[in-house]
Design a protein around this ligand. Structure first.
Ligand code: CA
Length: 520
């Protein structure tokens, strides 16, 4: 609860808004007089909305200068505007959207920023030097995991310049409709995952033998860029059903033997100074609350603009969390083609949700609502600000690989693990993740910088959260200053000079494929 002398603190996002959110830890009790003179008619929890003026039944409730809902009854000034008092607006249609009307001139370039990274044969740059073991099918996961434990214990200590060995485990490969049109999504996701910049182009595959997703279908000839001094060779595959394998330990030995050839090459690599434009940063949020769109996401948005100005790539995703702001996105597209690609991805996702008899409102969680987010419209407005203000210069469909720099809309579900997996497949070498409710999320393939939206969370989770954006709500730091702080932190983490908490504790969530195709 707030202490007796704590000043009541509310945050209004736009002068046209008729609600503000309460910032004080523990919320504010009935009878509190706000600095504006408004008296609260009842308790308002932290992160929840208070009516700044009387709102008549049926009138719009505005936050971010957007209608986030309509009042279901007359609301007096000073009352708690809970989710139950709002009716959600209908989704914005995909017709007659503004096309490239606000694609501003690019912001002035930022020059001279660098980090220490691993340069790859295909021109990409890794922030870590990891041996990844690709798998064609879930059947081999147990054997591969066993082998990886032995590789880590017996081989890795001999290769001090290699950071880790990671098995790319997943649930695909057999029992799936592999020729269905949408099967292209999980297949290209797996293909592009194994080519992530943090894996140094050293692709090795463990296959069962009888699976539908055969190694040559996963990685057709010519897919893997090879360093100049080496010949294009056959795909490196360990096939467990190979007649030569007699017993389990034989299979493990095969995997270890092949892993060693890759570890030798990875171990010879060294970091070199590269421009900040080689960063490929995926931004995401999870466990959002009403502060996500006030503190952490605006600071990430400012940092995203700095990265784009430095020539880097920034991906924002989570289709259901930006769907309600589609008009903002199409307006910011650099060209009509980019705007049409945004509309194409949104339309595909609308149809996908409809097939499952749900709509975008299925997104918000009980935790979101407890944290003050009434519905997906309010959540979306707070989510979009992660993308900053740069023009949107490209769009990726799920599982596609990046081919350009700048601010990219990479269409993915909002699920933290599916989004993270798809951003890794796109080529992400650094991840920023904002959270209000708190999640210990991490990825084995790439550093995850976690940003807390509230100081209370940052204090309690002091050894899980890398950045405390709650300081913005307390007036200790500006959005711009925190954006710069994050920008410098990203360069340090990318260079390996600093490790994220998830890396220190080795907290890794599973890779989760997005498979909209049938399972047989
Ligand atoms: Ca998410």
């Amino acid at each position: 609860m707030p202490t007796a002398n704590a000043q009541p603190l509310t945050i209004t996002m736009h002068p046209q808004d008729n609600v503000a959110i309460v910032a004080n830890d523990g919320g504010l009790p009935a009878g509190t007089v706000l600095p504006s003179g408004l008296t609260l008619t009842g308790h308002v929890p932290q992160g929840h909305k208070v009516a700044l003026a009387p709102i008549a039944q049926g009138a719009p409730v505005r936050r971010y200068n957007v209608t986030i809902g309509y009042a279901v009854q007359d609301l007096p000034a000073g009352c708690w505007v809970s989710e139950k008092l709002l009716r959600m607006p209908d989704a914005r249609g995909l017709d007659n959207l503004p096309i490239s009307t606000e694609a501003r001139q690019p912001l002035p370039p930022l020059e001279g920023y660098t980090f220490e990274g691993y340069r790859n044969a295909d021109g990409s740059v890794g922030t870590r030097n990891i041996l990844a073991i690709t798998q064609t099918v879930q059947c081999v996961a147990g054997v591969t995991s066993f082998a990886v434990q032995r590789i880590k214990a017996e081989l890795l200590p001999q290769f001090p310049h290699v950071d880790d060995v990671v098995a790319l485990e997943h649930g695909y490969g057999c029992g799936v409709a592999i020729d269905a049109p949408e099967a292209i999504i999980p297949i290209r996701t797996l293909r592009h995952l194994s080519l992530n910049p943090n894996f140094g182009g050293e692709v090795m595959v463990v296959s069962l033998g009888c699976e539908k997703l055969q190694p040559e279908r996963l990685l057709p000839p010519g897919t893997i860029p090879i360093a100049d001094q080496r010949e294009q060779t056959d795909l490196d595959v360990v096939c467990l059903q190979d007649d030569a394998h007699v017993g389990f330990m034989d299979m493990v030995q095969s995997i270890m033997r092949q892993a060693e050839t890759h570890l030798i090459r990875l171990n010879a690599r060294r970091r070199e100074t590269v421009p900040a434009s080689e960063l490929v940063v995926g931004v995401q949020c999870g466990g959002s609350d009403a502060f996500s769109g006030v503190t952490a996401n605006p600071a990430v948005g400012f940092c995203s603009d700095l990265l784009v100005r430095a020539g880097a790539t920034v991906m924002f995703s989570e289709t259901t969390e930006v769907r309600d702001g589609v008009d903002q996105l199409t307006a910011r597209a650099t060209t009509p083609d980019v705007a049409q690609a945004i509309i194409r991805e949104m339309a595909w996702y609308d149809a996908y949700l409809q097939r499952g008899s749900v709509d975008r409102s299925a997104n918000t969680t009980p935790g979101n609502k407890k944290g003050g987010l009434s519905n997906i419209v309010e959540k979306a407005m707070g989510s979009i600000v992660k993308s900053g203000s740069s023009p949107i210069s490209g769009v990726l469909a799920p599982g596609e690989k990046l081919t350009q720099k700048g601010l990219i809309y990479a269409a993915t579900p909002a699920s933290d693990f599916i989004c993270g997996t798809l951003q890794l497949a796109a080529g992400m070498n650094l991840h920023i993740f904002t959270t209000g409710r708190g999640t210990p999320y991490g990825l084995a393939a790439c550093p995850v910088v976690k940003v807390a939206t509230r100081s209370d969370l940052a204090r309690r989770w002091h050894d899980l959260m890398d950045v405390n954006a709650g300081r913005i709500a307390e007036g200790e730091v500006t959005i711009e200053a925190l954006g710069w702080e994050m920008f410098h932190l990203l360069l340090d983490v990318a260079s390996g000079r600093q490790k994220t908490w998830a890396e220190q504790w080795k907290l890794h969530n599973a890779l989760v494929l997005f498979n909209p195709a049938p399972v047989t």
